[in-house]
Design a protein around this ligand. Structure first.
Ligand SMILES: C[S@@+](CC[C@H](N)C(=O)[O-])C[C@H]1O[C@@H](n2cnc3c(N)ncnc32)[C@H](O)[C@@H]1O
Length: 317
């Protein structure tokens, strides 16, 4: 009874949405949408419910919760951190401040990895798939769910999945997402830098093909400093790399180059997400590494070079 009275004196949903959108005008390019998403989240209701209940008055405690979220959004905290989730490849992922918010352009990396894996599955022998710098796990989990959805790995025991990250906190989120999507038994997680935690496995695991997908940090110091404030809430280590953004990717390419002469392995391919402006430099780096060959760049939805595919020539079967 007390609650109902309180709500009677509260603001309507319509008023809350209008005020929130007004407040978010400077911070967001989608102030109305952000206001609806945050209000829906605080009330545990869908956006469609808000529209059919615009005149409903809201308990002041709840209003306070909404206003606190709007305050944070006005400070440019990414909306995914406020609602603790993000949709990627049609799946919902838990996100925390310890992981990068999955980006739509990374779906290109998932698509290219799927194309490669489907080809790899046509050949005999075991396949090792590795997601390096997994963070939320969005890449490897989307790949497994898609293969399951298409019934491609059902009945097949040819694929092993591994995910690594240098951040232990990020790996915890990835494990959580694997559980959420009921595939934690399908992925082994390793903490460590680049290929280091899985070198022994690559060497001795009896694999005939190795497929690597990786979205490593690739933003240069200059770009990072000029970037919108919202990006600064994400882990710096997930975004920023020295050497004009290519320090970490270069290191991985060097490690791939050194994977020559591995007896049983007939194919090592890596798909690396890049900034389109780095394509030229990536080409140059690969040219300097004798055992590597650049297959090409795949474009994202904005027609920008987004994924570099590279193979180790020494293992070409
Ligand atoms: C751009 S985020 C990508 C996250 C996720 N894969 C995605 O696409 O949303 C880069 C990730 O690589 C990890 N990372 C940075 N340096 C690394 C290294 N040397 N070895 C392994 N992971 C690294 C970071 O901790 C971060 O989680």
């Amino acid at each position: 009874m007390k609650r109902a009275n309180k709500a009677k004196g509260g603001k309507t949903i319509k008023a809350i949405l209008n005020q929130a959108a007004q407040k978010l005008k400077k911070a967001s390019t989608t102030p109305e949408l952000d206001a609806e998403v945050l209000t829906g989240y605080a009330l545990n209701k869908k956006r469609s419910w808000l529209f059919s209940n615009l005149q409903q008055k809201i308990d002041p405690n709840k209003t306070q919760k909404i206003e606190s979220l709007i305050e944070k959004r006005a400070e440019q905290v990414p909306i995914a951190y406020l609602i603790k989730k993000k949709e990627f490849f049609n799946l919902e992922f838990k996100v925390t401040k310890d992981v990068l918010v999955p980006r739509p352009e990374t779906e290109t990396l998932v698509e290219q990895s799927l194309i490669k894996l489907k080809k790899s599955l046509q050949h005999p022998g075991k396949i090792l798939f590795i997601d390096i710098g997994t963070a939320s796990g969005c890449i490897i989990i989307s790949i497994i769910k898609e293969l399951q959805r298409k019934k491609i790995i059902n009945g097949l025991n040819k694929l092993d999945f591994f995910a690594t990250d240098i951040s232990g906190k990020a790996l915890k989120v990835a494990k959580c997402n694997a559980e959420k999507h009921q595939i934690s038994d399908k992925i082994d997680f390793f903490s460590g830098s680049l290929l280091k935690p899985i070198l022994t496995l690559i060497n001795t695991g009896g694999y005939s093909q190795v497929v690597i997908a990786s979205n490593l940090p690739y933003i240069s110091k200059e770009k990072y400093e000029k970037a919108k404030k919202t990006i600064k809430f994400e882990p710096k280590k997930a975004l920023l790399a020295g050497d004009g953004g290519l320090k970490v990717i270069r290191k991985l390419l060097e490690q791939l180059n050194n994977l020559a002469g591995l007896g049983e392995i007939r194919d090592i391919a890596a798909m690396l997400e890049i900034d389109s402006e780095q394509a030229h430099r990536i080409k140059k780096i690969i040219k300097q590494l004798n055992n590597l060959k650049l297959i090409g760049f795949s474009k994202d939805l904005n027609r920008k070079d987004r994924v570099a595919t590279v193979i180790n020539k020494c293992t070409m079967g």
